[in-house]
Design a protein around this ligand. Structure first.
Ligand code: GDP
Ligand code: MN
Length: 392
């Protein structure tokens, strides 16, 4: 789960990490009251969306008067912001955050991620922080420092010293950096984060270190331990179909292809997507209805898949183990009869009672095409869509 910058900064503040003072605005009529709270000559107006790259896309603006702040804020609120991370449609700006400005001496990059390969927390840092960090990573990967932190030992002075050196900070800034790194690390561990990214992490002209941006991603599997974090969820920033699917226990990830996939088991779902690509098609989603794949689950899954307008056909690939193929076939028939719109359906069933399952599908009187193997199913699906396009 992702959260907004203003929320991440509030959490960091609880862990003793310095962040600029800021005020949230959710509607134009709150703008003036919030903007008047700014104590500095310069303020920064920041679009709050769950995507990076705002700076380059006009979603972060420095202003030097109340009037300019009001004008920029009014323009931003409600606008679609397209950054290199949002996709072409962009994301609607529903909230802006107005922060006290600061004078930047240097911009650094710092993040912590869970490194599954070493089972440790990895700190990633670079002296070349700011909006071009992707370019730095491509062109001079050696300027990016990676430090593994053993969770049994935690952050020690040597970690901080290595970081200070890589940022080129003088020794008098060590206590400041030490407090910040320990704070971010404590936050990372206690809140079950997958990622925290501070870019830019800045040294100001007054020689203090502050987090000028903050991104956090939480481990969904640990959210039950953090009801306070779950409250920060912003449904406007998430895929509606993914929310609906997770509320009924389906694993669904939206993709941008045209073949809906209804599969049980994550491994089979991956293999199905490969088979579709191999046959020359593109999957519209990853969907795992779970090992037991009940008739109701199949029904719900089909509804969710078809609510995506890009879907031109559905490939159902199910292995009937715990749930028998004849039961699944009944579910497929029911769901197909109730389909909100008609698209070609290809079904490949395998497992217990497969003959009975196929017989039910073949005699359903519905336009369901069956296949014996995964490859055959994928090929039939792709051919059907191409055929439909050719005659349209
Ligand atoms: P992102 O592009 O979505 O990652 O948004 P950021 O929050 O990182 O902001 C982009 C850039 O705006 C930063 O790299 C800074 O250079 C600049 N910026 C943000 N806050 C301030 C500020 O208080 N003062 C100044 N001068 N620049 C700022
Ligand atoms: Mn940033």
């Amino acid at each position: 789960m992702n959260i907004h910058e203003y929320q991440a900064k509030a959490i960091l503040k609880q862990y003793g990490v310095s962040v600029p003072e800021g005020y949230l605005v959710e509607a134009v009529n709150q703008l003036e009251t919030q903007a008047r709270k700014i104590q500095t000559d310069v303020a920064v107006v920041k679009a709050q969306i769950h995507a990076g790259g705002r700076g380059k896309a006009g979603g972060v603006k420095v202003v030097d008067s109340l009037n300019a702040c009001m004008a920029v804020g009014t323009e931003m609120l409600g606008k679609q912001l397209v950054t290199h991370q949002t996709g072409l449609k962009g994301q609607k700006i529903r909230k802006i955050y107005i922060e006290e400005g600061c004078e930047i001496k240097s911009e650094f990059y710092m993040s912590m991620v869970l490194d599954r390969a070493t089972s440790q927390v990895m700190i990633i840092a670079s002296k070349e922080g700011g909006m071009d960090i992707e370019k730095v990573a491509m062109q001079s990967p050696n300027s990016i420092l990676k430090i593994s932190v053993d969770p049994l030992i935690g952050i020690r002075e040597f970690h901080v010293r290595v970081l200070a050196e890589s940022f080129g900070l003088s020794t008098e800034l060590m206590p400041n950096l030490d407090k910040i790194i320990k704070g971010i690390y404590a936050c990372f561990v206690e809140k079950d984060l997958n990622l925290v990214e501070i870019n830019p992490f800045v040294l100001t002209k007054e020689n203090v270190l502050i987090a000028l941006d903050a991104k956090m991603n939480f481990d969904d599997n640990a959210l039950f331990r953090h009801p306070e974090i779950e409250l920060l969820r912003d449904f406007n920033e998430e895929d509606r179909k993914e929310i609906e699917a997770s509320s009924v226990g389906l694993s669904y990830v939206a993709l941008d292809g045209e073949i809906g996939c209804l599969v049980n088991g994550a491994g089979l779902a991956m293999a199905t997507m490969d088979a579709i690509h191999y046959a020359g098609g593109t999957p519209a989603n990853f969907l795992d209805v779970g090992g037991s794949a009940s008739a109701e689950m199949v029904h719900k899954a089909l509804d969710i898949i078809l609510s995506d307008d890009h879907v031109k056909g559905v490939f159902i690939n199910i292995f009937g183990g715990i749930m028998h193929c004849n039961t699944i076939a009944k579910g497929i028939i029911q769901a197909t009869q109730a389909m909100p719109r008609s698209v070609p359906i290809v079904v490949r069933l395998e497992g217990t009672n497969v003959e009975e399952g196929k017989r039910l599908l073949d005699h359903s009187g519905l336009d369901i095409i069956s296949a014996d193997t995964m490859d055959e199913g994928a090929e039939k699906m792709v051919a059907l869509i191409k055929h439909k396009e050719a005659i349209a």
